[in-house]
Design a protein around this ligand. Structure first.
Ligand code: ADP
Ligand code: MG
Length: 273
């Protein structure tokens, strides 16, 4: 393994105890997902604790989206079990446990930023609150853009609206699938700082999928490395970087060291062990 054992530990998934004896926010046990003859996920076991920020990194096609969809109750596992705070993912989804943020923001082009944020909550059968939606947009740096249509916003701004929309749902768990994939590097870094701030202030549980190693390390409390297809969990790293974190972390030696270790694990497909 590359790097300093004291600042970078390969986290042992099998020995993770739930904090305070509570149900983990997310628990996957030996989850396999097949699409016909294609095995997308193979025996994935993973625990995410309440309030944890977990990133999942792996090569394209290794099953990251399938993993997120399985957690979110959008995809049935072929084998194994998934629990979200002790419930089935489907029940959790129906109860509004998840806010999804995808690579492309999927905002409604004819609605303003504010109406986009409000709309999804209404669709979920919850009373929308325009003032709170306005506050959320402000928190994400979009004060003054409430009435703008998506076409009038930059990619980063539109993605912020999508994050505000997911937060306004009031979901405890944010499932984010390469949400910054279409953004330039500088904007990605700014958005990373923003998302960690929102996560901390609002005490969410986040599972964030990416194929960018620096992004996976910067964002994570714990970074889960997946192997090439069929996706297995190759290993996990506890990321020991300052909290809170800002862009200055990118230039630091511990950051570079953790990036190198995750990169090695990715290439070896063995999680660094
Ligand atoms: N709905 C589906 N039907 C058939 N095959 C699928 C479906 N979704 C994903 N796959 C396949 O499962 C594998 C993993 O895909 P995916 O989870 O999208 O990977 P990633 O998000 O890591 O790029 C790929 O081989 C992909 O073609
Ligand atoms: Mg994907």
């Amino acid at each position: 393994m590359v790097g300093d054992e004291t600042s970078l530990r390969a986290a042992d998934e099998s020995n993770r105890e739930p904090r305070g004896g509570r149900e983990p926010a997310i628990a996957l046990d030996d989850v396999t997902v097949d699409f016909g003859a294609v095995r997308a996920l193979a025996d994935v076991s993973l625990r995410v604790e309440d309030g944890e920020f977990v990133t999942v990194i792996g090569p394209s096609g290794c099953g990251k989206t399938t993993l997120l969809r399985t957690v979110g109750g959008l995809q049935e596992p072929t084998a194994g079990t998934v629990r979200v705070a002790g419930e089935t993912p489907e029940r959790a989804r129906r109860a509004g446990a998840f806010g999804f943020v995808f690579q492309h923001h999927a905002l409604l082009p004819w609605k303003s930023a504010l109406d986009n944020v409000v709309f999804l909550r209404r669709l979920a059968g919850k009373p929308p609150d325009r003032e709170r939606a306005r506050d959320l947009l402000g928190t994400l740096g979009l004060a003054g853009f409430e009435d703008a249509r998506p076409a009038e916003l930059s990619g980063g701004m539109a993605q912020r609206v999508a994050i505000a929309r997911a937060l306004h749902l009031g979901a405890d768990v944010l499932l984010m699938d390469e949400p910054f994939g279409e953004l330039d590097e500088l904007t990605r870094e700014e958005m990373g700082v923003e998302v960690r701030r929102v996560w901390r202030d609002r005490r969410k549980t986040v599972v964030f999928v990416t194929h960018s190693v620096p992004e996976a390390v910067f964002l994570a409390d714990r970074c889960v490395v997946m192997s090439d297809a069929p996706g297995e969990v190759a290993g996990a790293f506890d990321v020991d970087l300052p909290r809170p974190r800002d862009e200055s972390v990118y230039g630091t030696e511990p950051f570079q060291r953790q990036v190198a270790a995750v990169r090695t694990a990715l290439h070896d497909g063995d999680g660094g062990r």
